[in-house]
Design a protein around this ligand. Structure first.
Ligand SMILES: [Zn+2]
Length: 187
């Protein structure tokens, strides 16, 4: 399976083909292993809006999140929880459409604050949640970000007590609109 992906780097592969290559119904798990444990840059429709469900693409041969290897599930869960399941660079929330690419669901990785090559360690204090868009450096390419996205990112990263202060201030300023939105959310 690894070899097949490497031979077809940059080409879209479908689930039917991968099932045949793997020769097992467990091929889906194998793809996840290649991505999560071996750090292969395999993307799906969750990552790229141009891909359909059941399509897979090995983007390039550069290991994507090799830094996640060696970080235990517990540390990973701890860091994600501490960061409120929100990218610490752009504020995108896990599972939600990405603010810079609405066709893409936000997937979070664990990144180093001080890079390993600069002596950074695998301790929670040096780790943070980072989305695949920021991880690929793509969000840096977006020059004119709407101000509201920046602002929302800050609010998302803020402690709950600060978020509640913001909520209170907004409701006081826009009582009618707040009521209307709450009604909408009920439906
Ligand atoms: Zn991000």
């Amino acid at each position: 399976m690894r070899e097949y992906f490497i031979q077809h780097v940059g080409k879209v592969l479908d689930s039917e083909t991968l099932r045949k290559v793997a020769g097992t119904s467990e091929w889906g798990r194998r793809v996840r292993e290649l991505r999560n444990e071996e750090g292969m840059n395999i993307v799906t429709h969750n990552d790229r809006s141009e891909l359909k469900p059941g399509q897979y693409l090995l983007v390039n041969l550069k290991p994507l999140h090799a830094f996640e290897r060696g970080i235990s599930k517990e540390v990973r869960a701890f860091v994600l929880d501490r960061n409120g399941f929100t990218c610490q660079m752009c504020g995108a929330a896990a599972g939600e459409p990405h603010p810079y690419d609405a066709g893409r669901k936000t997937r979070l990785h664990i990144g180093h604050i001080i890079d390993k090559t600069m002596g950074g360690i695998d301790e929670p204090g040096n780790l943070r949640a980072i989305c695949s868009v920021c991880n690929e450096g793509a969000s840096n390419l977006t020059l004119n970000r709407p101000q509201s996205i920046k602002l929302l990112a800050q609010v998302r990263r803020a402690p709950t007590s600060d978020q509640l202060d913001v909520l209170k201030w907004i409701i006081e300023k826009f009582p009618k609109q707040a009521k209307g939105l709450i009604e909408q959310l009920k439906n």
